[in-house]
Design a protein around this ligand. Structure first.
Ligand code: NAG
Ligand code: NAG
Ligand code: NAG
Length: 512
């Protein structure tokens, strides 16, 4: 029976959904997000769909003849001007961070929507696309749903905010599934629980009273006065595809329309460029691979932090490959080689790489697990501190605070992770679990996207919770009723007892 079902679903996957027209709007100008999304656009186009993507990170691959990319990379300038890393740093008041992100993304998308090619898109007939795919970072993207009448799929390169869970009726329990911006990793203290509950309430107030109405007003500037309310378009979301890693993200309950995928960007290792291959091959004593990802620039570290790192790396008995974004690294030790860009996965796949020093972004962590390279984490923003805490708890590496660490601490952490085989064992075990899945990330995401097209939005799997008010969802009507019943009963019983007592007394008096 199971075998038959497997065969049927495979047959459905192989059977072409036909060639559908898909419009995708992954709006956020951040390289690490598009590393996750681009393989999905590629695969959809290879399967014969006509895919149009409005993206700040186009692949520009001429062999993908069914893929049209509208390059809105100019939005990166908006992010650069806003000092994203500093403004999203942990410790800042959560409402301030949310409003900063809202303003920044709103400005980015206005920049993107003024694009000539975007404007041309709006001249197409409203039934031109069979499916819309949006990144669920900001409600302004739902404006394309005002123009094009088609089912909507939300995608996220990490967890999603409570509003995206709400529109498909996915539970957001503040203790069981705390938000990734709160991210009290592991066991929550009593105050973490209060913090998480507070976030759940405050987020919704900010979203529904400020972010959504403001975005709705902006959308009307570009899409006309008569469009439906943005929140109503968002509420029509058919499916949510979340990039969730089973090790760093908490296990959570999901409704059928919430699909977890991972390893979307993991590829087979490719041959390395010659200079890097020679460097790695000639280092049997081990190599430290150092990269702080694409948002945090190594070259923009404070000079104190940079000096600490340079001196620690100079003292380890390994060679070091450092993703360093300028031409010269001051006081560069002899065992260190720098490059402005490095093919990270292919390097992590090299057997001589012993330790990965990382900022702890989700993609980097997933690559480290996929190639079983233990980590030393120097987290900076958003989900990075939480990811590194998780990695440390699971024994897959160690974490340090880059602001306060000393040269000795960094050196010791690298030596410990490099020499103690326990870390390597732990991450190798994790790797076996990560890759043991019935279907890999990209085919799974594509299967679900085509499912939504085949079943025209798949309303049949919409959770009833998606269309309930908070009042109904939390059964306040039921509790209110029971509460009233309880008081009526208690009141009646007390009254009756009083009457009985009076009767009893009056009888006593008579007897006397
Ligand atoms: C483009 O789509 C057609 C079907 O619409 C398909 O036959 C072809 O293989 C696709 N080509 C590429 C390069 O993806
Ligand atoms: C939501 O979807 C339904 C069914 O597909 C459609 O009739 C309705 O117009 C949509 N509402 C909005 C606000 O887009
Ligand atoms: C390499 C790099 O990103 N350098 C940047 C560091 O930050 C300053 C301003 O904060 C920029 O002007 C540099 O371009």
């Amino acid at each position: 029976m199971n075998f038959l079902r497997l065969f049927l679903s495979l047959a459905l996957y192989l059977r072409c959904t036909g060639s559908s027209r898909i419009l995708a709007f992954p709006e956020f100008p951040s390289h690490s997000h598009h590393v996750i999304f681009n393989p999905i656009w590629r695969e959809l186009s290879l399967r014969g769909h006509q895919v149009t993507v409005i993206t700040p990170n186009p692949m520009n691959d001429p062999t993908l003849s069914n893929l049209t990319e509208i390059d809105v990379g100019s939005a990166y300038e908006v992010v650069r001007k806003k000092d994203f890393v500093k403004n999203m740093a942990k410790g800042r008041f959560i409402v301030k961070r949310l409003l900063f992100l809202h303003k920044m993304l709103s400005d980015c998308m206005e920049e993107e929507m003024q694009h000539e090619e975007f404007q041309q898109l709006l001249r197409l007939p409203s039934d031109h696309f069979d499916l819309l795919i949006v990144q669920t970072m900001h409600p302004l993207v739902y404006a394309i749903g005002a123009k094009f009448k088609a089912p909507i799929v939300g995608v996220s390169s990490m967890g999603v905010f409570p509003n995206s869970h709400d529109v498909i009726g996915n539970p957001t329990h503040p203790v069981l599934s705390p938000d990734f911006l709160v991210s009290p990793e592991g066991d929550m203290t009593f105050f973490d629980k209060i913090d998480s509950l507070f976030f759940n309430i405050v987020y919704r107030l900010v979203y529904h009273w400020i972010i959504l109405p403001e975005s709705d007003a902006t959308a009307r500037k570009y899409f006309g006065k008569d469009i439906p309310y943005l929140g109503d378009i968002e509420s029509n979301t058919s499916l949510l595809l979340m990039n969730i890693n089973p090790f760093v993200h908490p296990i959570r309950a999901n409704v059928p329309a919430a699909i977890e995928v991972n390893q979307l960007h993991i590829t087979e290792p490719k041959p390395l460029p010659k200079d890097i291959k020679d460097f790695l091959d000639s280092s049997p004593q081990g190599v430290v691979y150092f990269s702080l990802g694409s948002n945090v620039k190594s070259a923009n570290l404070s000079s104190r932090t940079r000096e600490v790192i340079v001196r620690a790396l100079g003292e380890v008995p390994y060679k070091v490959l450092w993703k360093w974004e300028t031409d010269t690294l001051p006081n560069k030790p002899d065992n260190v080689m720098t490059r402005k860009w490095l093919p990270q996965q292919d390097i992590l796949g090299h057997p001589n790489v012993k330790v990965f020093v990382t900022q702890g972004g989700l993609q980097s962590v997933e690559e480290a697990i996929s190639y079983a390279v233990p980590m030393v984490g120097l987290p900076f923003i958003t989900d990075q501190p939480g990811n590194i805490k998780k990695i440390t708890d699971l024994g897959m590496g160690l974490g340090l605070d880059y602001r306060t660490m000393s040269k000795e601490q960094l050196k010791n952490a690298i030596m410990e992770v490099g020499e103690n085989s326990w870390y390597k064992q732990k991450i190798s075990d994790a790797r076996l679990i990560l890759v043991d899945q019935p279907i890999r990330g990209v085919p799974k995401a594509v299967w679900w996207i085509e499912y939504i097209i085949r079943h025209k939005g798949a309303r049949h799997m919409r959770s009833p919770a998606a269309d309930m008010s908070y009042f109904e969802y939390f059964m306040m009507d039921v509790f209110l009723f029971l509460f009233v019943c309880f008081f009526v009963i208690v009141y009646t019983v007390i009254k009756m007892l009083r009457i009985l007592r009076t009767l009893f007394r009056s009888q006593k008096v008579k007897v006397n």
